[in-house]
Design a protein around this ligand. Structure first.
Ligand SMILES: NC(=O)c1ccc[n+]([C@@H]2O[C@H](COP(=O)([O-])OP(=O)(O)OC[C@H]3O[C@@H](n4cnc5c(N)ncnc54)[C@H](O)[C@@H]3O)[C@@H](O)[C@H]2O)c1
Length: 429
């Protein structure tokens, strides 16, 4: 049976390489659609957890995971030999930065594993966010070390993952999936595969275009976040409430999309992905100027926030040194437990370096390792709040009772406008 027919008849065997925030939801949804899926990860502890039906991420419930594991349609392993039996292989490994440069080691290692087990007729898809050209240059050349030829012996393409962890409205199924194969046949296979569990598939002419589309989306956010962060700083200097300004500007029914300032960016995407683009552009002898300027501004926010905490304390006749500062929420975004690139880490470390006595509360993070040692989440009660000289709102988790926080904190620096309209000693970003 050819690959297209076995995908269409849902008999295709799928292997998902990397079972993190991207790979695990994909593996579960594909299994839920009736495909037979094997997840492959280098992390043995994670594999044991997944096979026991316990989901390590918020976007996949343990119930959904257990159902798929029990049905036998989803299994997880650390053994790359499973790639031998796969018809479709999807690579979802990390693409972080190392010394501010793309770290391609995970894609390289995963591609080498795939290459060692590559069989004629397989479809290989890269989903990791990366620079344009990765699939057709970097991955393709590693896969061809198998002796098989891309396009002739196996199919290859790129499809960016666009999930937004914690978003209850838009998930894998109802966000259109961009696909770009190295040739028409590859794109056709990808369309058949994703259509089995995703509502809408959007074809582009090449993997490069698909890679670039993802970078455009993230760079768009990166640049607009920087713009609004800069506007927030200017508004503060001008004595204007930036939140009021954004609310007013948002009443324009066209031509304006609201972005909100914050204490800094975080997560695996926005602080990281645009750097993949600037790196690629630098190889051409050019500079991605917007990207780099936005990076400069966004990177400055944690320092700015520490300055603002100092300023707020100063206005109360206190100094940062020897004051007690409570950071509320330390994950990079609300209602997820993800600490990657979270600006809260830098803020806590900068505060401690300035001599402040720091603490934090986060329902998703029991403890965190900082340069100065390990810190554990404190309980959030009246006693704790009144014990701190200032509370800085970093992440607006939906479980927080803002009335309670406003009522019992001696002073708050609210970087999220979470306490809008509440009574208390509140300073806004
Ligand atoms: N997290 C997001 O919201 C998001 C959204 C869109 C795109 N992305 C992109 O998707 C990719 C994956 O991100 P993530 O958030 O899922 O990462 P993650 O760190 O949550 O998961 C990656 C997994 O890959 C495993 N892994 C690493 N090397 C491996 C190898 N050689 N073989 C098998 N497994 C390996 C790791 O152990 C880990 O479990 C990245 O390129 C990221 O930029 C992430």
């Amino acid at each position: 049976m050819n690959l297209l027919t076995s995908i269409q008849e849902q008999r295709a065997e799928v292997a998902v390489v990397g079972l993190g925030y991207v790979g695990l939801p994909l593996a579960c949804r594909a299994a839920g659609a009736g495909l037979s899926v094997t997840g492959l990860d280098v992390d043995g502890t994670l594999i044991d957890l997944i096979n026991s039906g316990q989901s390590p991420i918020e976007d996949v419930s343990s119930q959904e995971l257990s159902e798929q594991i029990q049905s036998g349609r989803l299994t997880a392993t650390t053994d790359p030999e499973v790639l031998n039996n796969a018809d479709v292989i999807v690579i979802c490994v990390p693409t972080p930065l190392k010394d501010e440069l793309p770290d391609m080691s995970f894609i390289e290692a995963a591609s080498k594993d795939v290459s060692r087990h590559l069989k004629a007729g397989q479809l290989v898809i890269l989903e990791s966010t990366t620079y344009p050209g990765t699939t057709e240059e970097f991955v393709l050349s590693i896969l061809e070390t198998s002796g098989l030829k891309a396009g002739e012996d196996f199919h290859l393409g790129f499809s960016p993952e666009r999930i937004d962890p914690g978003n209850e409205r838009f998930g894998l199924e109802n966000v259109p999936k961009i696909i770009g194969g190295i040739d028409e046949k590859s794109t056709e296979m990808m369309e058949a595969f994703y259509s089995t569990f995703i509502d809408k598939v959007v074809k582009v002419s090449s993997p490069r275009a698909a890679e670039m589309a993802k970078l455009l989306e993230n760079t768009y956010r990166h640049v607009n976040i920087a713009l609004v962060n800069e506007i927030a700083i200017l508004c503060h200097d001008l004595g204007i409430d930036v939140w009021e300004v954004i609310e007013a500007a948002s009443t324009k029914p066209f031509g304006f999309q609201a972005f909100y300032p914050g204490p800094g960016w975080g997560g695996h995407c926005i602080p990281v992905d645009p750097a993949y683009l600037s790196w690629r552009v630098r190889q051409l002898g050019e500079t991605a100027r917007f990207v780099e300027l936005a990076r400069e501004i966004n990177k400055k926010m944690p320092t700015y926030v520490v300055q603002r905490i100092g300023e707020a304390l100063n206005n109360q006749g206190r100094s940062l040194k020897a004051s007690k500062v409570l950071v509320l929420g330390i994950t990079y975004k609300a209602d997820v437990g993800d600490l990657r690139e979270s600006s809260a880490i830098q803020i806590l470390e900068k505060l401690a370096k300035s001599g402040a006595d720091v603490g934090y509360h986060d329902p998703f993070v029991e403890s965190v390792d900082l340069k100065g040692g390990r810190l554990s989440s404190v309980e959030l009660n009246e006693e704790t709040l009144s014990d701190y000289d200032i509370v800085m709102v970093h992440t607006n988790h939906s479980s927080y009772d803002w009335d309670f926080i406003a009522a019992h904190s001696p002073l708050v620096l609210d970087t999220r406008n979470a306490l809008h309209g509440l009574q208390g000693n509140i300073v806004k970003l």
